[in-house]
Design a protein around this ligand. Structure first.
Ligand code: PEP
Ligand code: MG
Length: 316
């Protein structure tokens, strides 16, 4: 029992019956790597590269500066996966050289992948820097785009990755309901999905993630959000591909069990949450997680969903 307890606090993420769910860290740059290693992260599930760009909103960082920062993160996880997200600018993270100044509704405007497709030079430099940073390292590099709306977006991103000579897996974030609804279509162009539940909640409920007055609708336990997660995971499974979660939802230990039950294949979160998620997941079987997920989806509110999942997992 002591050995089991020890492995539950340090080993790879898994349910009590051994269904593996890699636990990965969300990082903003090399400074976050020590905490991720300390928490036993099995890799990086979301490297938010925009932090490198926010120092200077007038110019993109040089290719050399980018190579250096990417390499430091890639070197820290020589055997794990590192999922790098290309620049996600706009809305709450505007950049002068990318973001249109006069948009009436920036969250619905040119942001994320849309900005990069409008500025192919910025995307090309970033992808080239990533290719150089990964050169000679045994790392398992994955690169994904934020705010993918449809198959055309996914194709444009995958084409740009191929043109930059990137040897990596290319993926799409599911942050817009259209992407969850058409997960299989998007997976004709890319090799994996990663759910950004913060933005997915924002766009599903038409509730600005920065406006406290609508925070009730930002609750990731909302059954409608769980439905979209399930739809994405089922689409990925049907295509034989993976579908992780890298939004805040993954850091709630009980919800992590529900996400696992919905078919999500990896969970990425702030490093501080990893030990709690690991030990909670290790208490339940995959079948229990699946039952908790069904109970949560059958609920009519976030609070009921949470209670229903808790009741299933505590055997009530
Ligand atoms: C998300 O939207 O859930 C996400 C992971 O991306 P960010 O929080 O950086 O927008
Ligand atoms: Mg997002």
């Amino acid at each position: 029992a002591r050995k089991a307890a020890l492995s539950a606090s340090t080993g790879p993420g898994a349910t009590s019956d051994g269904h593996k769910v890699p636990l990965l860290a969300n990082v903003g740059g090399p400074a976050d790597v020590p905490a991720a290693l300390e928490a036993g992260a099995e890799g990086v599930g979301l490297f938010r590269t925009e932090f490198l760009f926010l120092d200077d909103s007038k110019n993109a960082p040089s290719e050399e500066k980018q190579v250096e920062a990417y390499r430091q993160v890639l070197e820290a996880f020589p055997v794990g996966r590192v999922v790098v997200r290309v620049l996600d600018a706009g809305a709450d993270k505007p950049l002068d050289f990318l973001t249109p100044a006069d948009e009436p509704n920036p969250a619905l405007g040119v942001r994320g992948l849309r900005s990069l497709l409008d500025h192919p030079d910025v995307l090309r430099t970033q992808l080239t820097a990533l290719a150089k940073a990964a050169e000679g390292l045994p790392v398992y590099l994955e690169v994904m785009a934020p705010m993918v709306a449809d198959r055309a977006d996914a194709k444009a991103f995958a084409d740009a990755c191929r043109e930059a000579g990137l040897r990596a897996k290319f993926g799409a974030m599911v942050e817009i309901p259209s992407a969850a609804l058409r997960a299989r279509s998007i997976l004709q162009e890319v090799e994996f999905l990663s759910l950004g539940t913060n933005d997915l909640a924002q766009y599903t409920f038409a509730a600005d993630r920065q406006v406290g007055a609508v925070s009730r609708l930002q609750d990731p336990w909302q059954p409608a959000l769980l439905d979209l997660v399930a739809m994405s995971a089922e689409g990925a499974k049907a295509e034989g591909k993976s579908c992780g979660v890298c939004g805040e939802a993954a850091s709630d230990p009980l919800l992590a069990c529900v996400l696992t039950g919905l078919g999500v294949t990896s969970l990425s979160m702030g490093a501080a949450s990893i030990p709690y998620v690991r030990s909670t997941l290790a208490k339940y079987t995959l079948a229990q997680c699946e039952r908790a997920a069904l109970a949560a989806r059958a609920a009519d509110s976030a609070e009921e969903a949470r209670q229903a999942a808790q009741a299933v997992l505590s055997g009530e």
